[in-house]
Design a protein around this ligand. Structure first.
Ligand code: PMP
Length: 396
């Protein structure tokens, strides 16, 4: 073990007793390399972050330019910082008219925290509706609307007045009433096991929210920025939320998140009292410069279209005995296998062969498939062959 490895195991607070423990040397495009100089194909994109692969040249160049200008200068919301303002403008240009403003934060969970507060303040109500098997983050507010008891129970009591319903089930419709501040949901559940919402059901939820004056919050932290084959999944469903939360791929590998909503709704953060929701680092100039370059590249090169191509190739290549289902949309896919043992075997075998796959938090028979959208066909084919071999060698 070198000194960094020793320090990792001794001084870094770990999130489990079984970290993967690969020592990273560098990363480029769809690959990352270990200090032992092994090449891995990254088939989960740092959990839906590296949509443009690692160290995309456009992102690196934007970062270099910004580095020579300024880093942090003032808490969020006071100064006009070009990277932030330009990124806000670019995001607004791809959104429906009603989503014309963005509040920048640092992470996904922070975006959801802000979205919940915004909905409460805007409506003057406290009741929240969320879904079983959802995942919205690990801070208290986001955890309060996350639908999995094993993660919630150790931290109870959480926020009061949160009501959970089954995803894609009409039972929620009657519960959306004039005491409700918000319905928060992922249009495609990620950690729950890559579960797309039913288009008709989503329209009904939208209508019920409109009818009762409830803020509909879409958490597209995982599904955003082209991953599902649409720039944002809601665009494919043709259902516009009142508040949209984004992060992960947004910064092209840099940490940044955002709450996107209308000028009217955002007034709640401006008045009574002013400065009632602030952040020091939200929308860091480096992250916004990187994010602008990443989104520009995504749009100029029509990366969402590339997600459809990836989906077709994966569905075709992995129609195998032992694979029960390929679920999801675009390059946000899950491969359902027969058992926990098989899933573990396939994930480990692929890693041995230089392909990083992953699990989702709430499912133990599903393998996450989320390659960078810039992945070239030959590397995609290489990855598919590795998975085919792992699946077919199980039990042999
Ligand atoms: N919402 C969704 C849908 C997510 O997938 C995640 C992260 N997996 C989060 C929120 C939390 O994001 P972060 O880890 O940046 O706080």
């Amino acid at each position: 073990m070198d000194t960094s490895e020793k320090a990792f195991y001794r001084h870094v607070a770990l999130t489990s007793d079984a970290p993967m423990g690969i020592s990273i040397s560098h990363a480029e495009g769809p690959f990352f390399y270990s200090t032992e100089n092994r090449r891995y194909i990254d088939f989960i994109s740092g959990i839906a972050v590296s949509t443009l692969g690692h160290r995309h040249p456009a992102v690196v160049e934007a970062l270099r330019k910004q580095l020579d200008k300024h880093l942090h200068v003032m808490v969020y919301g006071e100064f006009i910082q070009k990277p932030q303002a330009d990124f806000a403008g670019l995001i607004a240009s791809v959104m429906p008219e009603s989503l014309d403003r963005i509040y920048f934060v640092n992470s996904g969970t922070e975006a959801n925290e802000g979205a919940l507060k915004l909905a409460k303040k805007h409506t003057g109500r406290t009741r929240l509706i969320a879904f079983r098997d959802s995942y919205h983050g690990d801070t208290h507010g986001s955890l309060s609307v996350t639908g999995r008891d094993v993660y919630r129970d150790p931290y109870l009591p959480l926020l009061p007045d949160v009501h959970f319903f089954d995803f894609n089930d009409d039972a929620v419709l009657e519960a959306i009433n004039t005491e409700t501040a918000a319905v928060i949901m992922e249009p495609i559940q990620g950690e729950g096991g890559i579960i797309p919402s039913d288009p008709e059901w989503l329209k009904k939820v939208r209508a019920a929210c409109t009818e009762a004056g409830v803020c509909l919050i879409f958490d597209e932290i995982q599904s955003g920025f082209g991953r599902t084959g649409d720039l944002f999944a809601f665009m494919g469903y043709n259902v516009v939320p009142d508040i949209l939360t984004i992060a992960k791929a947004m910064g092209g590998g840099m940490p940044v998140g955002g709450i996107v909503s209308s000028s009217r709704i955002f007034e709640s953060f401006m008045y009574n009292p002013p400065l009632n929701h602030v952040t020091t680092f939200g929308g860091h100039p480096m992250s916004c410069a990187a994010g602008y370059a990443a989104l520009k590249f995504t749009l100029d090169n029509n990366l969402p279209e590339r997600a459809h191509h990836i989906e077709k190739k994966i569905r075709k290549g992995l129609a195998l005995e032992g694979v029960q289902e390929i679920r999801g949309k675009g390059a946000m896919l899950g491969m359902v296998l027969e058992s926990f043992e098989m899933t573990k075997f396939v994930v480990e075998k692929c890693l041995d062969s230089g392909l990083l796959l992953g699990w989702t938090l709430h499912s133990n028979t599903l393998v996450r498939l989320a390659p960078p959208l810039i992945i070239e066909d030959d590397i995609l084919d290489e990855a598919i062959v590795i998975i085919q071999e792992a699946v077919s060698s199980y039990g042999k």
